[in-house]
Design a protein around this ligand. Structure first.
Ligand code: SF4
Length: 254
């Protein structure tokens, strides 16, 4: 994709007219990258088979192209324009200065309508609608805020179209799918309202932390919804604290 951008080519246009040669080209680029990782990990040939495919295993890259091919009519005016875009911004919410940082996998721009889409690739399970309702996941709304501000500083009048997760997993069932923030998660056209309420929720969390209010969570199934993806599991004492709390619960009289 980066190569397509540097040569100013239209990904969707080429996908429509020349899917086979695009597939070959992507596999050559992927092979070059894989060669770097092969030197670091002797078992990387397993990942290589998943990405490039073999007689037994269909290529994940080809599956990705099929997924994009199914979107051509909707996306044909969009050009994947930014990749791994790092943005740092400061925003003021309720007298609080938020410092936001994001590295966005892909931004597709439609310069005819002056709209954009944010794309995030996931190899695991993306956050659910309930994770957004419970304000457990902030990723897509924050990316939209960052990219909207980033584009506004450079061009005039760019509006949000949508954000999407593209799940790319070798799993046979549900391994590949596209999840729209607007249609599948919010099920509403009011993205702007969601962005404002996300910023409010973050400001509220920060204010609570500053006042020392950060109790153990009461969110249901927090182990699988939050802790599973946490990088601090090795040093976290939540299991110990939960066990202690359970052991010290008063035994009710029979
Ligand atoms: S593992 Fe510990 S630090 Fe990480 S999310 Fe769970 S409770 Fe929080």
């Amino acid at each position: 994709m980066n190569k397509l951008k540097s040569e100013n080519r239209n990904f969707y246009e080429e996908l429509k007219t020349n899917k086979e040669s695009l597939s070959k080209e992507l596999k050559v680029i992927a092979s070059d990258i894989i060669r770097i990782y092969e030197r670091l990990n002797p078992f990387f040939f397993l990942t290589e088979e998943i990405i490039l495919g073999s007689e037994k295993v269909p290529s994940l890259l080809d599956k990705f192209l099929e997924l994009e091919f199914a979107q051509i009519d909707l996306n044909q005016d969009y050009i994947p324009s930014e990749f791994e875009l790092s943005i740092n911004e400061k925003l003021n919410v309720d007298d609080l200065e938020l410092k936001l940082t994001g590295k966005i996998d892909r931004v597709d721009i439609n310069s005819i309508n002056s709209t954009f889409k944010v794309i995030d690739y996931k190899t695991g399970e993306p956050p659910s609608k309930k994770d957004y309702e419970d304000k457990l996941s902030f990723q897509l709304p924050l990316y939209l805020i960052l990219v909207k501000n980033y584009l506004s500083e450079r061009f005039q009048g760019f509006q949000i179209d949508d954000a999407e997760f593209i799940k790319l997993s070798p799993k046979k069932r549900d391994g590949l799918k596209r999840i729209s923030f607007r249609n599948d998660i919010l099920k509403s056209s009011d993205i702007e309202f969601e962005l404002k309420s996300t910023l409010k929720a973050i400001a509220e969390l920060i204010n609570h932390i500053r006042k020392g209010k950060f109790n153990l969570t009461t969110i249901e199934r927090f182990e699988s919804r939050i802790c599973r993806k946490c990088g601090y599991q090795n040093i976290c004492r939540i299991d110990f604290i939960k066990k202690e709390a359970t052991n010290s619960e008063p035994i009710s009289e029979q």
